[in-house]
Design a protein around this ligand. Structure first.
Ligand code: 3PG
Length: 308
């Protein structure tokens, strides 16, 4: 059995060593494809793989067609919108993720970006503090819950909108659950996005919603670029000179955002998605992926399958 680790954005070295060890101890052959720049490299590498461990790497129909021996795709991370689930199901390939494993890292980055925005990119001018401000968490999955935990330490007022969350549990964690997404945006100084990208959430963060934010509102995106209606947000940032947008995922119109708003310190993007890019998150998600791979290939255990 051959397992391919295909990561355009590599895991930390220590995580790769751990993943390899886990797989080799189970007597699997391990191949590593890192930092590849052409899709053909992936197409070639998957040819004889029985399982692949990926991050945000695109596993589409072409990749699945090339992977004739494939039985399993493990997305070492939370979001799996980079995998063609229905094509995988048609081919009898199981797809899994590793929920929760990198969520603290992403939540910590939210606060890195929040402080940077609140302190005017450390440009010497008087900024603001997080303490006592209202933070709105748009969707309370693993990352959202970690944001709640950290926000408590900053003594922020915590609000959230998530129709699927357990309201009672969230209340116990000190969160005020609001009844509508509009209310969340109208209430909060800072909004942190934690929605997955689905047909329902695509472009759902638009000017109408963000314009509801109070003066000096900050929108933080560590989720997916596809959930933002970029055109309308550009339009809004042009009109509302008090708003800031900080993102860990380069928008499709990144150049436009940068040209119009970066210099005034109202737009910031990480050069590469950095949320889950810590040694700890890589070890957690990578090792979980390796363990899930072993369990599946040896015993058929399909825990965390997402394409049932
Ligand atoms: C996830 O969905 O787990 C995060 O967005 C992290 O993605 P990455 O592994 O590509 O950094």
């Amino acid at each position: 059995m051959k397992v391919l680790i295909a990561t355009e954005k590599p895991f930390a070295k220590v995580a790769v060593e751990g993943i390899k060890k886990e797989l080799q101890e189970a007597n699997f052959e391990v191949a590593l494809l890192e930092k590849y720049s052409a899709k053909t490299e992936l197409l070639d590498a998957v040819k004889d793989a029985n399982a692949i461990i990926i991050r945000s790497d695109i596993v589409d129909k072409e990749v699945l067609n090339a992977a004739k021996e494939l039985k399993l795709v493990v997305r070492a991370g939370a979001g799996y919108d980079n995998v063609d689930l229905s094509e995988a199901s048609d081919k009898g390939v199981c797809v899994m993720n590793t929920p929760g494993q990198n969520s603290n890292a992403v939540a910590e980055l939210v606060f890195g970006m929040l402080i940077m925005a609140a302190r005017n990119n450390y440009n010497g001018t008087a900024g603001g503090e997080l303490k006592g401000k209202k933070i709105g968490i748009h969707a309370c999955g693993h990352v959202g819950r970690n944001v709640v935990r950290i926000a408590r330490g900053f003594e922020m007022d915590i609000y959230a909108f998530d129709p699927f969350a357990n309201g009672e549990e969230m209340k116990k964690e000190g969160v005020t659950m609001v009844n509508s997404v509009e209310e969340l945006y109208s209430t909060c100084n800072f909004i942190s996005l934690h929605l997955p990208f689905t047909p329902e959430t695509g472009k759902s963060i638009n000017a109408d919603l963000v314009n509801r934010m109070p003066e000096k509102g900050v929108l933080i995106n560590t989720a997916r670029k596809e959930i933002i209606d970029e055109e309308s947000l550009i339009d809004l940032l042009g009109k509302r000179k008090d708003l800031k947008f900080y993102t860990d995922i380069k928008p499709s119109t990144s150049e436009m955002f940068t040209k119009l708003f970066a210099e005034e310190g109202r737009y910031f993007e990480t050069p590469k998605k950095m949320g889950a890019q810590t040694a700890e998150a890589n070890i957690n998600a990578g090792l979980a992926a390796a363990k899930q791979t072993v369990e599946f290939l040896k015993d058929g255990i399909a825990k965390f399958q997402v394409n049932k």
